[in-house]
Write a new protein. Structure first.
Length: 160
């Protein structure tokens, strides 16, 4: 009886698939650090330079009226540009300059809401806990290269 059984289930070769996101190249820790520093410098410059042009600070620690308005305009411009880049492809201004971006752990795009609310908003609120910022930053040295805010938002930072 060498004839195949016509009632046998079909046979197929199945290859094991890796975990979702395994094919993504994660961003280097140093690149992420430089991006965070650069984003802070960019935000500071977009707010402080217009303020200085408008008259800077007055005695008593209050900005001059023109300086305050120009600083507000700089803040609005920075917020708009950052929101635009993040909404388009999960990149802040510095992340775009350095060629990295934020995605979900399965490689799908991270939504603007996920990045702003979970990744940044919750992280800001948790910042009131003593030493939270240090713990958040140190977790980047783990194997998955995810900080606490990445784990909360189910995101990773990859090379774009």
């Amino acid at each position: 009886m060498n004839t195949p059984n016509p009632y046998a289930p079909p046979q197929a070769a199945v290859q094991d698939m890796g975990e979702p996101g395994d094919s993504l190249v994660k961003a280097d820790r140093g690149t992420r650090l430089v991006a965070a520093i650069l984003d802070g410098l960019i935000a500071g410059a977009m707010i402080a330079i217009p303020m200085a042009i408008g008259g800077g600070w007055r005695r008593g620690g209050h900005p001059s009226p023109v300086g305050g308005l120009l600083a507000l305009a700089g803040l609005i411009a920075w917020t708009w540009l950052t929101g635009l880049f993040v909404a388009r492809n999960g990149q802040s201004i510095a992340k775009k300059m350095l060629g990295i971006k934020v995605v979900r752990t399965d490689g799908s795009p991270a939504s603007l809401g996920r990045i702003l609310l979970l990744r940044n908003g919750v992280n800001t609120v948790l910042g009131i806990i003593p030493f939270y910022g240090l713990v958040d930053a140190l977790l980047i040295f783990g194997e998955p290269r995810q900080c606490v805010h990445d784990k909360i938002a189910d995101t990773i930072v990859i090379k774009a």
